[in-house]
Design a protein around this ligand. Structure first.
Ligand code: XMP
Length: 508
């Protein structure tokens, strides 16, 4: 049986980070909204982590759980609000801190005998982010770490197996954070640390074989990492009972369709490539509104995919490369659970097939590790994210095959330049955008009046927030020069220096 740690989410921004850190320790964990606490009683749960929260424990709207319903031999670690909540509910005192505490602090007292504090020493840096502070502990709890400003930096009730930390061990700036999490999940909860790509592949291949039997499965490939890894995993499990469909809507990158098809065939996938670009261009003609473009592309994609899938016989399942961040049910401040599950443009509803999502337990970096273990080429695994509607959302205004061709050339120079300069893997995502403006230039003795292209490159970890990539000026100068010299119809290049928020990664 696979063991797991449950992280009960009280709405903190760092809840996903806690899960990633636990996974980095090769321990499987799941995030659940706080109001799913009954899940901790399952036989495979070996420990519970209570996350932070935007609320104060004494706020009437604060998220609450029944601590008494957690089995008494189940180790629990409260982080920030989680720690305050456990202390408060057990008779301790939580009050607003004299001043809100954000940022670095250093431990000045550590109880080295407590199992949570093994190998943790005074002087180590931790990261604080709280407005309230615990001012008195319940009788049976004892202080196991302090900082200069926070006397109750961490506490324990070893008999009841309850621990709390006021700081955030999950954030990178907490120097001893990984050690504390390791002490909790490995030493205290007894996790085996056997969650890795190989184990995932073995167990998933076995599970897919028993789930799918001799059934036939169809999967839509996009050229992206998630659908590609899902396809290779399924191919390993059920071979040619899997048929993949890769739709070319005409707005992919330069040569992308042929390159990706060749990669897929090289991986032994049973893949049908469909050139549907004429249909997409016809339906998009004259459309300028970004949302309308997306809707048309989504609708056309479903029509084309559905038509191709119907040519296949006896398909029972639709497979998708949905990954864990798409499935986590996130909490809004009102406590409503928002299901943030995106599936590709409503395909499952339309097709009336059973849904198979072999990657739904994995974070993106884990998907990449699985792809690597499956022997997939690095250029597929490390590919930047690319929006489903492709260059259509990077051509501002109406779309024509001619504009796509211009943008493909500019984009190709930029992306190839990033690869040649060793910068490709340092950015999360990059691309060129064709602007709906023309401006005056001079080439030789001629006045020109041509298009402008914007370059966008961002750093990010999850696309929820992003910063513009600080690419070297020399590199940008070279790319700008190349684009203006080589791409007909472009006489100006700009670099987008907006972060997300308030901008977004894509321009449309
Ligand atoms: P934004 O522009 O919202 O993008 O900051 C965040 C991430 O999502 C990608 N993106 C899309 N992906 N269909 C997709 O499959 C879309 O319509 C779409 N719009 C944005 C974007 O490339 C970035 O990685």
């Amino acid at each position: 049986m696979r063991q797991k740690i449950i992280i009960l989410d009280f709405g903190s921004q760092t809840t996903q980070l806690i899960a990633r850190r636990v996974r980095e320790l090769n321990v499987y964990c799941e995030i659940l909204p706080y109001n799913r606490q009954e899940a901790v009683n399952a036989p495979d749960v070996i420990g519970v982590i209570l996350s932070g929260s935007p609320f104060s424990v004494y706020d009437p709207a604060a998220f609450k759980i029944d601590l008494g319903a957690i089995p008494s031999d189940m180790p629990v670690l409260g982080i920030c609000y989680g720690a305050q909540f456990m202390a408060y509910r057990n008779g301790g005192k939580v009050e607003p801190a004299p001043s809100r505490e954000y940022g670095r602090a250093h431990l000045n007292h550590v109880d080295a005998n407590d199992p949570l504090m093994k190998d943790i020493h005074p002087g180590m840096q931790v990261w604080m982010s709280h407005g309230d502070t615990i001012t008195a502990l319940p009788d049976n709890f004892k202080i196991i770490a302090s900082t200069e400003d926070v006397a109750i930096g961490a506490y324990a009730d070893t008999t009841m197996k309850r621990w709390g930390v006021q700081f955030h061990p999950e954030v990178h700036h907490s120097q001893c954070g990984m050690d504390i999490l390791r002490n909790f999940v490995v030493d205290i909860c007894g996790a085996r640390q056997d969650w890795n790509a190989d184990a995932f592949i073995d167990s998933t291949v076995a599970a897919l074989r028993s789930q799918l039997g001799d059934d036939k499965v169809v999967l839509g490939l996009s050229g992206g990492v998630d659908s590609s890894v899902a396809a290779v995993l399924l191919n390993r499990a059920i071979g040619h009972n899997l048929t993949c469909i890769f739709v070319d809507h005409g707005m992919l990158r330069k040569n992308e369709f042929n390159q990706v098809m060749a990669d897929y065939q090289g991986l032994g996938l049973n893949v049908i490539g469909v050139d549907a670009s004429a249909k997409f261009f016809a339906d998009l003609a004259g459309v300028t509104d970004p949302e309308k473009k997306r809707k048309i592309i989504g609708r056309d994609f479903i029509e084309v995919f559905d038509e191709e899938a119907h040519k296949l016989k006896d398909i029972k399942w639709l497979a998708q490369g949905t990954i864990y961040p798409d499935c986590i049910e996130s909490l809004s401040i009102t406590g409503t659970v928002i299901k943030s599950h995106h599936n590709v443009g409503g395909l499952p509803e339309k097709m009336n097939l059973k849904l198979c999502e072999p990657l739904r337990l994995l974070f993106k970096d884990e998907v990449r590790a699985v792809g690597h273990q499956l022997g997939m080429p690095e250029r597929l695994i490390k590919r930047h994210p690319f929006p489903g509607p492709g260059l259509a959302v990077r051509i501002l205004g109406d779309i024509t095959p001619e504009k796509v061709a211009v943008l493909q050339e500019a984009d190709d120079i930029f992306i190839q330049g990033l690869r040649d300069s060793g910068l490709y893997d340092q950015v999360w995502q990059a691309g060129a955008i064709l602007l709906p403006v023309q401006s005056v230039g001079v080439m030789g003795d001629e006045r020109t009046y041509e298009r402008a292209v914007a370059l966008r490159a961002v750093t990010s970890t999850d696309a929820m927030t992003a910063d513009w990539a600080h690419l070297p000026y020399e590199f940008l100068a070279r790319v700008s020069n190349d684009i203006i010299n080589k791409v007909r119809g472009v006489n100006r290049v700009c670099y987008d220096i907006s972060s997300k928020p308030p901008a977004t990664i894509e321009w449309e």
